[in-house]
Design a protein around this ligand. Sequence first.
Ligand code: OXD
Length: 313
Amino acid sequence: MIRRILVYHPEPADTRAYADLIRPAPGLLVTAALTPEQAVAAAPDAEILYCWRPPRAVLATAQRLRWIQCMGAGIEALLVPELSPRVIITRVAGIFGPWMAEYALGWCLWVTQRMDGFRAAQRARRWAPIDPIPLRGQTLCVVGLGDIGAHIARTARALGLQAIGVSRSGRPVSGVARVYRTRALAAALAVADFVVLTVPLSPATRGLLNAAALAAMKPSAWLINLARGPIVDEDAMIEALRSGRIAGAILDVFDTEPLPPTHPLWTMPNVVVTPHISGPSTPREIAPIFADNLRRYLAGRPLRHVADRRRGY
Ligand code: OXD
C-alpha cells in the first residue's frame, strides 16, 4: 500500500527543503506542494500532512488524512471546523526555547543598554554619555511556563534577573522564583519590569492581556509578545503605549500578519516590530522530530508531542 505524505509551507523553498530531508522509504510517496493550489489538489490522497499554516481548503479536502505534523509550536491555524477531530496533530517542542530566550533577553538588553539611543547619537556624530540601566536585579515575568517560557525564565535568571511566571496550575518551575496562577495575573504583572508572553492562543488566552491587565503593569515596564497577537487586546495596548501607561512593547506577533503597512504600530516610538522571527522553524532542526514521529507512526507506536486541541498546544 502506498502511503502519501503531503508537505506544504507557504514559502516554496522551505517546502522543498522540508520534503528533501524526508528519508525515502519503500511504500512512502512524498509530494511537495509548492503552491496552495498544488496542496489542495494533492490533499485528497494524503494520509500524512507535514505543514505550516496550510490553506483551510487543504484541511477540508484531505478526507484520508490521519496525522498532521505541524512545523511549528502553535497549532491554532489547524483548529478549524474543516479538520476532522479524528486527525492526530503533533507539534514541535523542545527547540524554540533557546531561540526565543535569545530574542527576549536580547531586546531586554536593547532597552537597558539604550542601544537605540547610542546608535542614533552615533549617526548624528554626537557624544552623548548616558549611563545604561542594569538588567540584573530587574524582574521578568513569563506568562506561560511551557518549555519555551521555562527556558526564557532560566536564561533570564542566568543574567541576574529575578524570573517569575504565570501558569494555569501555579505549580513551581525550576529556576522560577515564584509562579502565580492565571487568576493572579495582575499581581504578577504589577511587580514585573519586563513581561514576556509565551502562552498558546486558545479561547482561554484570547485577550488575556486586556485593558485591566495592562493597567496592572508598571508604567516603566516593557511588554514582549512572542506568542500570538490576539493574546493582547491590540487597541488597549496601543492606548497604553500612547498614554505612557506602559513604557514600550517589543512585538514579534500581531493580530494580522504581515502587519499592514498603514498599521499604527509601525511608527510608534516606543514599539519594536519584528516579523514573527523569534522562534524560527528551520527544516534542519525540525526534520529529526518529523523523522522520529514518522518511524513511530509507521510502526503503530504512539507519536510524540501530540497536541491537546482544547488547550491549543
Ligand atoms: C510557532 C511559531 O508556533 O513560529 O512555531 O510561531
